[in-house]
Ligand binder design. Structure first.
Ligand code: TPP
Length: 316
């Protein structure tokens, strides 16, 4: 069986390179939707999704390329979606912020902060009622903690012992406002004690630790149908909030703060654990997959006029 490190590296490198390609193409205006890149934060999606099984499901946010790919989403259909093409995973109507691939358990993403948290809890509640042995993961940022939807969801999940794993990607910012100006100085995970939800913090983009802890939690949930868990994952966004560029000149954070995160790059570090030949072969295959997927996106048609009116509202 393939070594865990090789699996991790393929997923980490693939997400990084896809997003670098998005950043490269973006100025041409061929990508028709705003993009919120996860460059720097890939370890969270990879650590979590590698710990899940195919039939487990994830809900997430507008910063969704990483979990979409880590959970097994189709890269060609994702690239086409960014281009607004009919072959995209939501037929070109959702764009980067609304990626879905139900066939691999990517249940959806939303541009509205915290809105997919109650959806994840509701889905997990239905699974519990049906006594299914699956696990639901809800990804969200530190900003979502400030929304009522998060607290109502946490309360309900604790009360009904719903098998949902909350993954808070704490990158220290909501758009340009640092967490210290938005929240009391108590670590997020500690605040979950108030709901009686077991919670812990994973420091430092630590993909191995996150994998190990989420796998243990998911396995236990499957076995015992136990209630919610919460992980606060410390990570850092390298690029601007929305768009393909760096923004250290914008004045709300300095490059010096980012330097330790650059030095501790989990993609490079995982690659260094592999034998050079193995690493190069992974990179070669991923690079050619990306070229092929972006060509597919470029060559695909836009939706026709008639298609623009389908799939917008559920049938009455
Ligand atoms: C309900 C709602 N309020 C405000 C916004 C505007 N908004 C978009 S992204 C964002 C910051 C969210 O930060 P965080 O949840 O930490 O996620 P990150 O962007 O850091 O991944 C805000 C306030 C929104 N999209 N939805």
């Amino acid at each position: 069986m393939e070594k865990l490190e090789a699996r991790f590296y393929r997923s980490l490198y693939r997400i990084r390179r896809v997003e670098e390609e998005v950043a490269r193409v973006y100025p041409t205006d061929k990508i028709k939707s705003p993009v919120h890149l996860s460059i720097g934060q890939e370890a969270v999606s990879v650590g979590v999704c590698e710990a899940l099984q195919k039939e487990d499901v994830v809900f997430g946010t507008y910063r969704g390329h990483a979990f979409y790919l880590a959970k097994g989403g189709d890269l060609r259909r994702m690239a086409a979606e960014l281009y607004g093409k009919a072959t995209g995973c939501t037929k070109g109507k959702g764009g980067s912020m609304h990626l879905v691939d139900v066939s691999v358990g990517v249940m959806g993403a939303s541009a509205v902060v915290a809105t997919t948290i109650p959806q994840a809890v509701g889905y997990a509640f239905a699974m519990k009622v049906r006594k299914e042995n699956r696990v639901v993961v809800s990804f969200f940022g530190d900003g979502a903690i400030e929304e009522g939807a998060f607290h109502e969801s946490a309360n309900f999940a604790a009360l009904r012992q719903i098998p949902v794993i909350f993954i808070c990607e704490n990158n220290l910012y909501a758009v340009h406002t640092p967490i210290r100006d938005r929240q009391p100085p108590v670590p997020i995970y500690r605040r979950l004690e108030g709901y009686g939800i077991p919670a812990e913090r994973i420091e430092n983009n630590n993909v191995d630790k996150l994998y190990e802890r989420v796998k243990a939690a998911a396995d236990e949930m499957r076995r015992t149908h136990s209630g919610p868990r919460f992980f606060e994952c410390m990570t850092y966004r390298w690029k601007e909030h929305v768009g393909p560029n760096e923004d250290f000149q914008a004045g709300y954070r300095g490059r010096n703060e980012a330097e330790p995160w650059f030095e501790n790059d989990p993609v490079r570090r995982m690659g260094e654990k592999l034998e050079a030949g193995v690493r190069k072969e992974i990179e070669r295959k991923v690079d050619s997959e990306i070229r092929e997927a972006f060509d597919f996106a470029e060559q695909s048609p836009f939706p026709s006029d008639e298609q623009l009116y389908t799939d917008l509202l559920a049938g009455a």
